[in-house]
Write a protein that binds this ligand. Structure first.
Ligand code: TXA
Ligand code: MG
Length: 345
């Protein structure tokens, strides 16, 4: 299959381009599209054979459920049933935006969308191209991140092309994603509600609205029994081995310098403040300042891909403080490192 990349304006998407992509969705094909978080690999959520193609293209296990995207809150009642009032309060506060709600699945949603689960994940994205595609398609769109399974999520159209060329019809290129980290997944089918994946909406912001929300992310090593979907530790992985350093800054930087001296082919993801003290003898990418972790989040996945292109064997990175968006960045780095945390002291 030939994969076409179509440039699209990310503020006022051209109706002709959107219609071309929507026709592919309606006919059961696959379209990658930009959202504010990461690029999604979309198919008609009401068409089980179209949904099947997503799993095949990504080489994603059929046991890992997909997020259903909608353009208008009215559509929620077609996707889920027994929707609690908290869902509407959260939607009011955070939609459109990087929050995914897990609710009871409506019988209208084919079981393969949710990997057979009784719960369905739903999100109303805040990207004009995503919204235009949803409206023109006239159907909810099931979409995981448009990367190969276990690779870093795509924040640019070129990342999608690098992973999936030949496996989908169209990639809508709306430029780089503005959040750069996936949505926060919040399960409302349990009591208290539980964050299953930290993401673009912080835990602190959610708790301002509903203080009882718990943080229930699991980091499961591959091979271990997986109790919740999508919790596999090996995730967002570049080819290189990632090592995540925690502890006091000076101790961490000393440890990192020691490893840089010992290793032949090493890449560094560095905060701006740290670049000078790590700069020599390694490929260094400046992630941005610890004072602006949103900007760091935007750059993170692309930087992991960039270091892979430079063929480094090992990537060293200092962990951010685990609050606000720092928790999300920590989670992605921890998964990229497959749990290899080095405690410096
Ligand atoms: O920002 C995002 O969420 C992006 C954009 C494209 O919307 N999508 C995304 O999808 O990251 P994906 O498939 O890469 O990650 C979806 C996560 C997985 O961890 C999955 O296990 C979880 O949501 N999930 C989906 N449906 C679920 C369900 N019914 N119950 C529990 N977890 C679910
Ligand atoms: Mg993903």
């Amino acid at each position: 299959m030939e994969t076409r990349i179509l440039a699209v304006n990310n503020v006022l998407p051209e109706p002709g381009v959107i219609e071309t992509a929507a026709a592919v969705i309606r006919s059961g094909g696959l379209v990658a599209f930009p959202t504010e978080t990461v690029y999604g690999l979309g198919a008609d959520a009401a068409n089980p054979s179209a949904v099947e193609k997503i799993f095949a293209a990504k080489q994603r296990p059929a046991s890992d459920p997909l997020i259903v995207h909608i353009a208008d809150l009215d559509e929620l009642a077609q996707i889920a049933v027994e929707i609690p009032s908290l869902a509407y309060e959260l939607a009011d506060a955070f939609w459109p935006g990087p929050l995914t709600l897990v609710l009871q699945r409506s019988p209208r949603i084919p079981p393969n969308v949710t990997a057979g689960l009784a719960a369905v994940a739903v999100r109303l994205p805040a990207h004009p191209v995503a919204v235009a595609l949803l409206r023109a398609s006239g159907t909810p769109i099931a979409a995981p991140s448009a990367n190969l399974f276990a690779r870093p999520s795509p924040t640019q159209a070129q990342h999608v092309f690098a992973d999936l060329a030949g496996r989908l019809e169209i990639i809508l290129d709306g430029g780089p994603a503005t959040v750069g980290l996936e949505s926060t997944v919040l399960d409302l089918t349990c009591d208290p509600p539980a964050v299953l994946r930290p993401g673009g909406i912080t835990l602190e912001a959610l708790r301002e609205l509903e203080p009882s929300i718990v943080y229930a992310t699991r980091h499961v090593a591959s091979g271990a029994a997986v109790s919740s979907p999508g919790m596999l530790l090996k995730h967002y992985s570049p080819r290189a081995e990632v090592r995540l350093f925690t502890g006091a800054r000076d101790a961490v930087l000393a440890q990192m310098r020691k490893q840089i001296a010992e290793l032949a082919n090493v890449g560094i993801l560095a905060f701006s403040e740290d670049v000078e003290s790590l700069g020599n003898h390694a490929v260094v990418i400046d992630l941005g300042s610890t004072q602006d972790l949103s900007a760091v989040g935007r750059k993170l996945f692309g930087s992991l891909r960039q270091l892979d292109e430079q063929n480094v064997d090992v990537i060293l990175v200092r962990a951010p403080d685990r609050n606000g968006i720092g928790e999300t960045i920590w989670d992605r780095l921890y998964r990229a490192a497959e749990g290899r945390v080095i405690e410096a002291d």
